[in-house]
Ligand binder design. Structure first.
Ligand code: ADQ
Length: 444
């Protein structure tokens, strides 16, 4: 059997379900890969999370929870230009439709190419002839190009965890063409949704005169690749299992005890501008304003671990959120109660499961999201006899699959407010019916 070599920016060995999540392991990619990597023998290669004054290319190999990891340190300048720069200040905002936050510095693009080349050179000695290489996400788009240049002929696949944006956005990148050409060095490209795949195909056919053939084959730049849709899932059975664990039950009991007879609405997101946190809070504020009779019966728990804190846009968001939450709590709090509980830390998976289960409503309102695994985790953690209601943004990839959620436009505070009213008053029959269908999808 051929080995699997997974390449991603960060390497997070599969966490045991009861393992405390460290800062680095919060994120959808880590959780999703953990499940896949347990099944295959192979290597997980990427950045160690550490930096050094100059690049050494020194590989550090470890075996953790049944998976071999191989990591390399980044040079300080590379970290700024590749990671904080091109990945998190250029591609991330642009691919989430935030042209206003996108930085187009040339040095970032150069750092990005340099790091991809360095990663490829470091990985090269580990590759055996039959290995299948699977590269993840927007940090590493040129990885296959660099490997091909070094003569690697193995099968290489790529999965994009974030959206592929509309053509008009892609072309705002000064070097969009080489970036897309680099995608054609993969044998297979995976997208989260048909909409994303379609946008990619649109770029290829209209911008560079490529063609789309049968079997999802795309041809351009004198090369062919296959571009298909593979919506990412969660290990749903495992998630349902940990929801039943003693730790999860304890958290569940604690949440009920501390919600003082109120129904809990929960949000769980990395603190990121793509997640629509401000819009969610304004929607909740609108709900409190429009429903005075409900004010004493509901509370919002927002868990938002700090993310990419070296990037200014994230610091700005954080202070805006602090202000907004202060304002809403100031206006609607009682002496013994605040409507919004806001927490900036990570939790263990089993603890999160208990929180999800204790919440009558899961409120997931990204402005753009490749998929959104929190929506799926919320569903998987519900009590089949008394499930909660998922409110989900139409702009999350997950909305294409989880059609029985209450689907909303997060830009509209009224829609969020109305969906909250509806969810909080929904009877057990409708809740069960919707959940059965959602859970079927998540399990599948
Ligand atoms: P993310 O943007 O990180 O992922 P998401 O898919 O919601 O978003 O995954 C977040 C993960 O982090 C979930 O597993 C969640 O449980 C975990 N998490 C969040 N807050 C936590 C906390 N406080 N403590 C512990 N764990 C926490 C990217 C893309 C998504 C895509 C995934 C997978 O942006 O669109 O769904 O990759 O492809």
């Amino acid at each position: 059997m051929s080995r699997l070599i997974v390449v991603s920016n960060r390497v997070n060995p599969p966490p045991a379900p009861d393992q405390t999540d460290g800062e680095g392991s919060v994120g959808g990619l880590a959780m999703a890969l953990a499940a896949a990597l347990r099944e295959y023998s192979g290597v997980w290669f990427g950045w160690s999370g550490k930096t050094t004054p100059t690049f050494t290319g020194q590989l550090s190999m470890q075996r953790v929870n049944g998976v071999t990891t191989a990591t390399v340190d980044l040079e300080d300048g590379d970290y700024q230009e590749y990671y904080n720069g091109y990945a998190n200040k250029t591609l991330w905002p642009l691919f989430h439709y935030r042209v206003d936050l996108t930085a187009y510095d040339r040095s970032f693009g150069e750092g990005y190419d340099r790091v991809n080349k360095r990663f490829a050179e470091t990985l090269l000695p580990l590759i055996e002839p039959d290995d299948v290489i699977w590269v993840h996400d927007y940090h590493l788009i040129p990885m296959a190009r660099e490997l091909r240049r070094m003569g690697v002929t193995n099968r290489i696949g790529f999965f994009l965890h974030i959206p592929w944006p509309a053509h008009q956005l892609v072309v705002t990148l000064p070097r969009h063409r080489p970036l897309v050409e680099a995608m054609f060095d993969y044998d297979l490209i995976g997208f989260q949704t048909e909409e994303n795949r379609h946008a990619f195909e649109g770029y290829v056919t209209t911008e560079v005169g490529g063609s789309a053939g049968p079997g999802q084959i795309l041809s351009a730049f004198g090369k062919t690749t296959r571009a298909a849709v593979f919506p990412i899932g969660i290990d749903a059975a495992d998630f349902a299992r940990i929801t039943d664990s003693p730790r999860a039950r304890k958290v569940y009991d604690r949440m009920l005890a501390h919600s003082v007879f109120r129904k809990m609405v929960v949000g769980v997101d990395r603190l990121d501008y793509s997640k629509g946190l401000e819009e969610r809070l304004v929607g909740f504020e609108r709900f409190l304003h429009d429903n005075p009779d409900q004010r004493s019966q509901v509370m919002l728990l927002q868990i938002a671990p700090i993310s990419r804190d070296e990037v200014e846009a994230y610091q700005d968001l954080r202070s805006r959120l602090d202000g907004l939450i202060g304002r809403i709590n100031g206006a609607y709090a009682e002496m013994d109660f605040t409507p919004i509980r806001y927490v900036n830390r990570s939790y263990r998976r089993d603890e999160l499961a208990g929180v999800y289960r204790a919440a009558r409503v899961g409120l997931v309102t990204p402005l753009r999201d490749g998929m959104n695994l929190v929506a799926k985790e919320y569903v998987a953690a519900q009590d089949p006899n008394d499930p909660g209601v998922l409110i989900l943004s139409r702009f999350a990839g997950a909305a294409r699959q989880l059609t029985e959620a209450l689907i909303i436009n997060p830009n509209s505070p009224e829609e969020i407010s109305d969906a909250l009213s509806r969810a909080l008053s929904m009877g057990p029959g409708e809740r069960r019916q919707r959940w059965d269908s959602l859970n079927h999808t998540v399990q599948k």
